[in-house]
Write a protein that binds this ligand. Structure first.
Ligand code: SAH
Length: 466
């Protein structure tokens, strides 16, 4: 992010603009929405600017912009549509200490004016750092359609009511009141006429003031494999309303971004053999926040019910009478198998599939290797990077075919997904040689579809394909 978005209070501040043509008019239209003191320098101003000057909405100085003209100005716009004149204005204004924008010249500007969706006092600013003005316009159009024109009216009335609403306790009670207003009671009242909005707010406040404080609760939410688009709508809603989000280390920043801005984010996860927060401490953390009345989202990678120590956390909630719910997510096995164009089960090949963990609390985990070693078996091995050699040894010892396909999918379901197609005999040192740094799922018994087809059709290409 090269340009940091801020909203500047221009009330009573001086803003200068050099230019008298169409470009100047377009900028002035925006600036006239503010309460800035506008001064325009133009030798030959167009009629619109003349009219604004006559109406007292700006001060018009009929000469070229000169040294000292931007003194005490917060912002200066060079809008003459003439590179040389604009560069001169920019140089002078900068010397006067103003922040300078040359219209349509990103490089020569110290700040840029974003595309704006105006539902005053609600303002949405859209910036693409000059990369894609077309995109900014499309987003603006989309938002214009989505944000009802009445939103500005509701926000204005709501703003004047803020002090009255302060009688509600801070936090969730107040938030619930405002959510009710903006998304339910407010729009309904507005449909009947603007004058009914304020009385509706009074009534709504009485209703909310009479409510008992909300009890805390916990949602165990699956974050999926890491791509925000693979979140469920329920997961998104939970993140949107969370007071506290306690998340695994595997949960990606893109997903954490979706948490309510005011939510407290706590990283409390275990990752492979790295530093870990003790499970008992995580349990205690969940309980502590829920008991304080918070809506806690316990955000777990993939599906919370798969190798997530969910039961221990649920037990902690139950022990304290805390209400909880589970929002399933897409588990790594589903993402990984989708990533190689395969199916976890297939008629005639495998009618069951196992989810295994490579290691558990006691170390490398033992399984029914004999059954797994049979032809056609499929298993999704979680936390298997370190255990790969152990798994390989056990399976071979129990008679598995050394040619059984084994596919490692790193960062499954993410843009940086990597597929390493191996055979059981080469799982190690193949996996180590591939230097896998992200989370990885080992699909035993499955090859990427392309490789599989190549093998079936052209047996002599087997070596090349793998
Ligand atoms: N609850 C999670 C699993 C937690 S155990 C789920 O349902 O997916 C952690 C293991 O999951 C990691 O060691 C890795 O084997 C696997 N994993 C999680 N996310 C992954 C991803 N995006 N790609 C590959 N494997 C992943």
């Amino acid at each position: 992010m090269q340009h940091f978005p801020i909203f500047l209070d221009l009330a009573g501040r001086r803003v200068v603009l050099a230019g008298g043509g169409e470009t100047a008019v377009a900028k002035l239209r925006l600036l006239l929405k503010t309460e800035a003191h506008l001064t325009v320098f133009a030798t030959d101003p167009c009629a619109e600017i003349e009219a604004w000057a006559e109406a007292g909405r700006l001060r018009l100085v009929r000469r070229t912009f000169g040294p000292g003209d931007a003194l005490c100005a917060a912002l200066a716009y060079a809008a003459e549509d003439d590179p040389e004149a604009d560069a001169r204005t920019a140089r002078l204004a900068r010397a006067d200490g103003a922040l300078v924008n040359i219209v349509d010249n990103l490089k020569g500007s110290q700040f840029i004016t974003p595309a704006i969706v105006d539902r005053d006092p609600v303002t949405v600013a859209i910036g693409t750092e000059g990369a894609a003005p077309v995109l900014a316009r499309a987003i603006k159009r989309d938002l214009e359609e989505r944000l009802p024109a009445g939103l500005g009216v509701l926000a204005r009335i709501g703003k004047a009511f803020r002090a009255a609403a302060d009688r509600l306790p801070m936090g969730r009670a107040r938030r619930d009141f405002w959510a009710d207003y903006y998304f339910d009671a407010g729009p309904r009242a507005l449909a009947k006429g603007e004058e009914t909005v304020r009385p509706a707010l009074d009534r709504l406040l009485e209703v909310h003031a009479g409510r008992r404080p909300d009890a805390g609760r916990v949602a165990f939410v699956g974050a999926g494999p890491g791509d925000p688009e693979l979140l469920t709508l329920k997961a998104r809603r939970a993140l949107d309303t969370a007071d506290v989000v306690i998340h695994d280390r595997l949960v990606t920043p893109g997903i954490l971004e979706l948490a309510r801005r005011e939510a407290v984010l706590i990283a409390a996860g275990k990752e492979g053999f790295g530093p870990a927060v003790a499970q008992a401490d995580i349990d205690a953390l969940i309980v502590e926040h829920a008991r304080a009345g918070a809506h806690v989202v316990r955000l777990k990678a993939g599906d919370p019910t798969v190798f997530g120590r969910l039961d221990e956390e649920i037990a902690a909630c139950e022990a304290h009478g805390i209400a909880f719910s589970i929002v399933p997510g897409i588990t790594a096995a589903s993402a990984a198998v989708a990533g190689i164009g395969q199916s976890l089960t297939r008629r005639g090949r495998n009618s069951s599939v196992r989810f295994l963990t490579g290691h558990d609390v006691a170390g490398f985990a033992d399984h029914d290797w004999k059954t797994l070693a049979a032809p056609g078996e499929v298993a999704a091995i979680y936390m298997g990077k370190r255990a790969a050699r152990f798994v390989q040894g056990r399976l071979l010892m129990h008679g598995a075919d050394p040619d059984t396909p084994v596919t490692v999918v790193e960062n499954a379901g993410r843009t940086d997904q990597r597929v390493i197609a191996l055979r059981l005999s080469e799982l190690e040192p193949g996996l180590t040689a591939a230097t896998v740094t992200g989370p990885a799922l080992i699909l035993y018994g499955l090859a990427p579809r392309a490789a599989e087809t190549a093998l079936a059709d052209l047996p002599d290409l087997k070596e090349a394909a793998l």
